[in-house]
Design a protein around this ligand. Sequence first.
Ligand code: NAD
Length: 260
Amino acid sequence: MLKGKRAIVTGSTSGIGLAIADALAAAGADVVINGFGAADAIEQERLSLENKYGIKAYYLNADLSQAQSTRDFVQQAAELLGGLDILVNNAGIQHTANVEDFPTERWDAIIALNLSAVFHGAAAALPIMHKQGAGRIINIASVHGLVASVQKSAYVAAKHGVVGLTKVIALENAQKGVTCNAICPGWVRTSLVEKQIEALSVKLGVSIEEAARELLSEKQPSLQFVLPAQLGAAAVFLASDAASQTTGTTLTMDGGWTAR
Ligand code: NAD
């Protein structure tokens, strides 16, 4: 479905980003992956994408919490790929504390990566997409772009910002062949959430699996985690021709979380 398309997925050395890179590659796209981790494990992932799907996969190590390095990263990635059709802004981090205890440095780091990197990435990608007359920007927001939870001020503020930014990019580019949409997942069992499960298990004095069930039962009516591969399939849809008139939307995948 995406044969010959050229895609960037930020924060794709683990979790949701890796699953999205895998799904885009499986659909035929060449991909640039990015994120932190052990060099040999990342190289394994890169090679595995090429071997499984017969596409070109590249890795670029860039810290996307810095404005200029985010813009340079998108530029370099587009040069490697020979153009840019799909930008998935996925990299993100979390920290939990009440507002009065939230460290300034954590606030700044979350806003820089979860929100500002989406802006800088899009700003660098759009001129390239305009020249081509086509492009897809897919922002991995969260249910926390739509509703709030306690102790997540920076994350909720950043993700609400991403949903707003998604709408602005969609409107500014509605006649330029570029769509911009946000995917809003509920709980997905990645390292970002595993830390929260571990903290809950300590707080409640229960096993990890009991804590995971408790986490789900508080917010996610299906009582099941969203699977990274399901988010990959959603990204493939948003990048496909079928979604050419889908823009400025939020695609919620949350087991019913925001329906209550
Ligand atoms: P994860 O921790 O598994 O992956 C995060 C990725 O971002 C990793 O590849 C990491 O190396 C990379 N990264 C971290 N800091 C970076 C930086 N400064 N520059 C470049 N890359 C950096 O987490 P995940 O759960 O897969 O999260 C991916 C996205 O999905 C995030 O934006 C997160 O907010 C969002 N999300 C996650 C959930 C969930 O339940 N896991 C729910 C909703 C939204």
